[in-house]
Design a protein around this ligand. Structure first.
Ligand code: ZN
Ligand code: CU
Length: 476
C-alpha cells in the first residue's frame, strides 16, 4: 500500500477529548486514510514523529481574517500556530455582502478601508477566497452591522420594517451561498441601537438552514448577564445554536463574576445548544472606544490614523506628553485601536477551563502593533495554560480548539483525527510548544510547532511556510 504521506510513531491526540495513543497515520488524496501500525507500509513522504503530538489542525472560531485571507493568503500568523481553519465574519462585521458609499463605519474598519470591501454578494466573497487560494480553510459568518450599513442611512437607531426585510433577503441569499450563520456586535455604537426584535427577525432566517447565531454581547461590563439573556432568547426563539463571542468579565467593577456567567451559560445549555469562545489573555483589543477609557487599568494604543507614531504607547503617556486628560487624548487619536488590560486573570482561567468554551484568537491582522493573540493564542493554551499552569490536560486543550469547535460550527469531516476525515493536522512538541509573541513584541511565531498539514498538504515546517497553499472555502 503506497500513501502520499506517512507520519510514524506519533502520539495521537484525536480531538475528541480522549487521552492520546501511539499510532502511525497515513494520508492520501487529502484525507486521513489509515491509523494504526503501518510499519509495513511506504509513502512518498515519511516523517518520524517519535516524541511528538499529532493533533487535528486547530480551528480558530473567532477571527477577523475576512480580507487578509485574500490579501495575504500565506496566513503566517495563524498557520505558524497550527491553525488550519479560520471562521471569519465575527462581531457583526463581515467583508460581505457589503456595498459601501463611504469609508466603513467603526468597527468594520478593522477589516480594512473602503477598497477592501469589494464583495456585494456573499457568493463574490466565496469566489474571491477560492481564487486567492489561502494556506488554510475559510468558513464565514454574515455580520449584522455589515447588513445594517448596506441598508440604513443612520446606524444610531433601530431598523425599519422595510430595512429589516432588505437585510433578511441578503442574509437568506448568503446562507444559500454557504454562510455558516449570523454574527452581531451589539456593544458597538453601529449596532447598539438595534433592538432585540431587529435581531430576532434576522435570526428567524437561520432556522430553515440549521445555521447558528454568534454574538459580541450588548455589554461585557456590568449588564453582561442581561446581555447573555438577550442572546439566549434570540437563539431559543429562532431555534438555532448560540455562541457567545469572547466571553469575559470586562471592567474593574465586573471582576470575579465569571462563576455567575458560567452558571447562566450552563443553565441555558440545559434547554438549548449554547457555548462560547474565549482567548487566553486578560487584555482585550478593538477599536479605541471612548466608553472604555478609564484610569482603572492600563490602555495601550495599537494604531491611530492621525498619530500613527503612537502605536505601541500607553494612553496615559500620550495624555501626559500632550498635557491633556485621558479622554481628550483618546479623542485626538481617533480613529484608533487599543489594548485594554481590563480583565481579571482568575476570570480568564475559569472561562477558559469551562467545558462549553472553545478557543478563538480574535486576532486583528491589520493592526501594525497587534494584541499578541494574533500570533500566540493557540500555543499559549497548549504551553502556558495546559502544561505550565495545569489548567486542564493537553487532550482537553486540543478538544477546545478542534473537535468541539468543528461540531459547534458544523464543519463536517474536520476537527478529529479519524479515518476518512480531511487531513488537517498539526505536529508539535508538547514539552517545548509556547507562544513567543507578547505585548512588547507581538509579531512572533510560536515555538514547538513542527509541521502543519492542510487538506493533506504540508504547509508549514521547522519554523517556516513551505509555500504550499491548500486551503479551501468551507460552505455550511
Ligand atoms: Zn468582538
Ligand atoms: Cu471579534
Amino acid at each position: 500500500m503506497n500513501y502520499d504521506t506517512l507520519i510514524r510513531n506519533a502520539h495521537v491526540i484525536d480531538g475528541s477529548n480522549a487521552p492520546g495513543y501511539g499510532a502511525d497515520v497515513a494520508l492520501r488524496g487529502g484525507r486521513i486514510e489509515c491509523i494504526g501500525d503501518l510499519s509495513g507500509s511506504r509513502a512518498a513522504h515519511e516523517i518520524d514523529a517519535a516524541g511528538r503530538v499529532l493533533a487535528p489542525g486547530f480551528i480558530d472560531v473567532h477571527t477577523h481574517d475576512d480580507t487578509v485571507v485574500i490579501r495575504q493568503p500565506q496566513m503566517l500568523p495563524k498557520l505558524s500556530q497550527g491553525v488550519t481553519t479560520v471562521i471569519v465574519g465575527n462581531c457583526g462585521i463581515s467583508a460581505s455582502p457589503v456595498t459601501l458609499r463611504n469609508e466603513p463605519p467603526d468597527p468594520m474598519n478593522l477589516l480594512g478601508n473602503k477598497a477592501a470591501f469589494s464583495y456585494p454578494r456573499f457568493a463574490d466573497y466565496r469566489t474571491a477566497v477560492q481564487a486567492a487560494r489561502p494556506a488554510l480553510n475559510v468558513a464565514a459568518l454574515i455580520g449584522h452591522t455589515a447588513l445594517r450599513s448596506n441598508h440604513m442611512d443612520d446606524l444610531q437607531r433601530t431598523a425599519t420594517a422595510a430595512e429589516i426585510e432588505a437585510m433578511r433577503l441578503q442574509l437568506r441569499e448568503s446562507l444559500e451561498a454557504g454562510a455558516l450563520g449570523l454574527s452581531t456586535g451589539l456593544a458597538y455604537a453601529s449596532a447598539f441601537n438595534a433592538d432585540t426584535d431587529e435581531v430576532l427577525q434576522l435570526a428567524a432566517e437561520l432556522t430553515a438552514f440549521g445555521a447558528l447565531y454568534t454574538t459580541h454581547l450588548r455589554s461585557e461590563f456590568e449588564p453582561v448577564l442581561e446581555a447573555m439573556d438577550e442572546a439566549f432568547l434570540i437563539g431559543r426563539t429562532a431555534r438555532v445554536p448560540v455562541i457567545i463571542s469572547h466571553l469575559k468579565c470586562a471592567g474593574a467593577g465586573n471582576w470575579g463574576r465569571s462563576p455567575h456567567l458560567l452558571a447562566a451559560l450552563e443553565q441555558a445549555a440545559k434547554a438549548h445548544p449554547v457555548g462560547c469562545d474565549c482567548y487566553p489573555y486578560a487584555a482585550s483589543s478593538s477599536t479605541l472606544d471612548l466608553k472604555q477609557v478609564t484610569d482603572a487599568f492600563r490602555i495601550t494604543i495599537t494604531w491611530s490614523t492621525p498619530h500613527p507614531q503612537m502605536g505601541g504607547r500607553d494612553l496615559q503617556d500620550i495624555a501626559a506628553q500632550w498635557g491633556v486628560s485621558l479622554m481628550a487624548a483618546a479623542q485626538r487619536l481617533q480613529p484608533a485601536g487599543a489594548v485594554y488590560y481590563g480583565m481579571d486573570e482568575s476570570d480568564v482561567r475559569s472561562i477558559l477551563a469551562h467545558p462549553l468554551s472553545m478557543i478563538g484568537s480574535d486576532g486583528l491582522p491589520d493592526d501594525p502593533f497587534p494584541h499578541p493573540r494574533l500570533w500566540g493564542a493557540f500555543p499559549r493554551v497548549l504551553g502556558h495554560f495546559s502544561r505550565d499552569v495545569g489548567l486542564f490536560p493537553l487532550h482537553t486543550a486540543v478538544h477546545k480548539m478542534t473537535g468541539l469547535s468543528a461540531s459547534r460550527f458544523g464543519l463536517q469531516g474536520r476537527g478529529e483525527i479519524r479515518e476518512g476525515h480531511w487531513a488537517d493536522l498539526v505536529l508539535f512538541d508538547a514539552q517545548t510548544v509556547r507562544d513567543v509573541a507578547d505585548f512588547n513584541a507581538p509579531q512572533q511565531a510560536a515555538e514547538g510547532i513542527d509541521g502543519v498539514w492542510v487538506n493533506g498538504v504540508l504547509s508549514y515546517q521547522q519554523g517556516g511556510a513551505t509555500g504550499q497553499r491548500a486551503g479551501v472555502f468551507l460552505p455550511r
